[in-house]
Design a protein around this ligand. Sequence first.
Ligand code: NAG
Ligand code: NAG
Ligand code: NAG
Ligand code: NAG
Ligand code: NAG
Ligand code: NAG
Ligand code: NAG
Ligand code: NAG
Ligand code: NAG
Length: 483
Amino acid sequence: MMYSILLSLNLAIALISASDLPNHIRVSIPTNVPTIASGVIDHAYPGFAIAQHAFQDYAGNLSHPNIFSRNLINSVTEKTGTAVHIRVGGTSATPGGIPAGIKLGPAWFEGFASFPGVQWTYMAHLALNTSGAEANAVAEVKEALKYIGQNLEALEVGNEVDLYPGRVRSANYSVREYIHEWMNYTSAINSQVLAAPVYADHREPWLIATTFEEGIDKNNNIKSASLHHYMETGNLPTITRQASFMNHTAIVNNLSYFSQPVNWLKQHHPDIPVYLAETNSDTASTNDTDLIGVFGSALWLADYMLYGMTLNIRRMNIQLSTGFDYTSWRPVEYFGAPPAVLPPYYAQVFVADVIGAPDDVRISNLDLGPDLLSAYTVFSANSEKIAKAVLVNLEEWNTTTTYPSPSTQVQLLTPIKGLWRIEKLTAPGAESLANITWAGTSWTYESNGLPIQVADTTEYVHSMKGVLDVRIRASEALLLTLC
Ligand SMILES: *[C@@H]1O[C@H](CO)[C@@H](O)[C@H](O)[C@H]1NC(C)=O
Ligand SMILES: *[C@@H]1O[C@H](CO)[C@@H](O)[C@H](O)[C@H]1NC(C)=O
Ligand SMILES: *[C@@H]1O[C@H](CO)[C@@H](O)[C@H](O)[C@H]1NC(C)=O
Ligand SMILES: *[C@@H]1O[C@H](CO)[C@@H](O)[C@H](O)[C@H]1NC(C)=O
Ligand SMILES: *[C@@H]1O[C@H](CO)[C@@H](O)[C@H](O)[C@H]1NC(C)=O
Ligand SMILES: *[C@@H]1O[C@H](CO)[C@@H](O)[C@H](O)[C@H]1NC(C)=O
Ligand SMILES: *[C@@H]1O[C@H](CO)[C@@H](O)[C@H](O)[C@H]1NC(C)=O
Ligand SMILES: *[C@@H]1O[C@H](CO)[C@@H](O)[C@H](O)[C@H]1NC(C)=O
Ligand SMILES: *[C@@H]1O[C@H](CO)[C@@H](O)[C@H](O)[C@H]1NC(C)=O
């Protein structure tokens, strides 16, 4: 008897200490926009990027546009009230690209007609330096523009040019030579809307500052600077969903780096924003669904996108590619796997609703302390008053976890008396691949990518006596909106 009481006591202690988060947190939220808040968020912040070799899968062609993709993209547009921006490019279809040996035929370009209203960034090829390569790149741009028409946001010339030295150029290839080639190509393409530079890593000497100081914008035709970022590309045993992705501190550490180029441009070229124009989780893209393609990955991506907004990164183009485990949806059947909406898509619609429409907002990170609990406050740019708050509980809890899902009571201290709508991004567990809902809505292939209300998870809470009291479960996110 005694023994069994002790045993269950030990078990109880084990159950409680299983959670890394406190039971209860109290924190003040600002009523007025703080000076550290972001600038006005671009409604088009949640964008996509499509790997060139997968574009035909995502978009289809003139006779077979991919309507499933179109519907998924339109949900984001409806939420933010603005066209989705998509960048099409990558290392494919260049020598030694991933995958190698791809050639683009005329029907490939028809995909740009598949998504009415979408604003496009198209990447012209630069990597090949044989005779005729430039003429080919110019011809491709012409072909793409046939279908893009008025919906061109910008053209890029070359992808991840900082990786060229020793690969597709001599080992001593420099920023100056890049700019020389870039000037040559852009004058032949004759465009006034360019995104440049396009760098993978942003390391010495391939920096935004160096490239602008060397004169890349001397013709005043650059609209945005494009950096690429993948959170984790290694393959170490220490990389886990919890430590490397579902972890606000890791996200902060990763993205903070970009403050430097953002602030440099703000000071020297205030009209040129920084886009993470190709970004996602990675860990080499395949055979890693458990790390990068489950509901926990959607929570990671939501927090990653929100934190990027606080740093004044102006847009994230979330990379998509058929067969990559991090991709937001599988647009066509792929080696026997049917088309499907995949968990990371839910981050996009969640973030789109955090931004909302038609009001402009500004956002601020609210530091709660623990690695695994993240929070933001969102302000109306007009009234400068608080409008929303976001809570993301990144503590991993799977449906197979041996203890019940822990939760944390969060008391937001605010003098505002009012009714708050509490909407949930939730799923059976962090490892879930399906049955995910955002504000009770699901998107599936069966619904052809259209939103379907499947559950009623929304609640309303009054803030009273200076406290807005909410409870958040492990592996769940909440959007709190002042009604
Ligand atoms: C358009 O896409 C459909 C479906 O994938 C395909 O069968 C057809 O051959 C494509 N058209 C062209 C011109 O390639
Ligand atoms: C073209 O690229 C090759 C490497 O692929 C390099 O050796 C050569 O110097 C380059 N030529 C020019 C003109 O940059
Ligand atoms: C780069 O190296 C090549 C030999 O590989 C040489 O011909 C060229 O002059 C060098 N360029 C510069 C800018 O140093
Ligand atoms: C671009 O470079 C090629 C070869 O180096 C040259 O023939 C052409 O005149 C250049 N074009 C421009 C617009 O500078
Ligand atoms: C979160 O990431 C930080 C920085 O990489 C690390 O120090 C910390 O241990 C991680 N937390 C968890 C719970 O894995
Ligand atoms: C991002 O974080 C991961 C660990 O979570 C680390 O391995 C990687 O080096 C970081 N990248 C940058 C650019 O900070
Ligand atoms: C992924 O795993 C499959 C077998 O399960 C293997 O054939 C393939 O080479 C792996 N891909 C990579 C990139 O490791
Ligand atoms: C959740 O599942 C993953 C593997 O999918 C595992 O690494 C992790 O330890 C599990 N977490 C909990 C809290 O059970
Ligand atoms: C989703 O829910 C349905 C029933 O509502 C269930 O049959 C199915 O197994 C669930 N799928 C997953 C992946 O949890």
